[in-house]
Ligand binder design. Structure first.
Ligand code: FE2
Length: 138
């Protein structure tokens, strides 16, 4: 998009670096969830369902609680919102309008997906894990 829509704009590199930062943030967010949060939620659920009293909490959670995740959970959709605004409000008319519209359209869809992602985590995953944690740790 930058090459084909803003090749003559001297500030277009700012868009590239903003996008690069957003991408890193998104990848880190997803990795943390895949490597830590979701395996933890599955272990808590397994323990909750099996009610295996022989397994001590520390053996499977290593002190982790969903509260750590909730407190560090950043809203990845906010930066995406900013990215869209930079393109719409602050960049000049693109050289390739059709391509720019396609990219913007994809960003709107991604934003909707990320909003759904966050809403499910905040309203379904976290409350469910909190309830299971309470039951398991009684
Ligand atoms: Fe998330």
């Amino acid at each position: 998009m930058i090459k084909k829509c803003y090749s003559h704009n001297k500030h277009a590199h700012l868009l590239r670096s903003f996008f690069k930062e957003y991408k890193e943030e998104l990848v880190n967010h997803i990795s943390r969830e895949d490597e830590t949060v979701f395996p933890y939620a599955i272990k808590i659920e397994d323990n909750y369902l099996s009610r295996d009293q022989t397994v001590q909490e520390e053996q499977f959670t290593e002190g982790y609680t969903i509260d750590f995740y909730r407190s560090e959970h950043n809203n990845i959709e906010e930066k995406l919102f900013d990215l869209k605004n930079i393109i719409i409000k602050y960049l000049p008319s693109p050289e390739n309008q059709a391509l720019c519209s396609k990219v913007l359209s994809a960003l709107f869809i991604l934003e909707q997906d990320m909003n759904d992602h966050s809403r499910i985590e905040d309203n379904v995953l976290i409350p469910k894990v909190i309830l299971m944690e309470k039951a398991v740790r009684q």
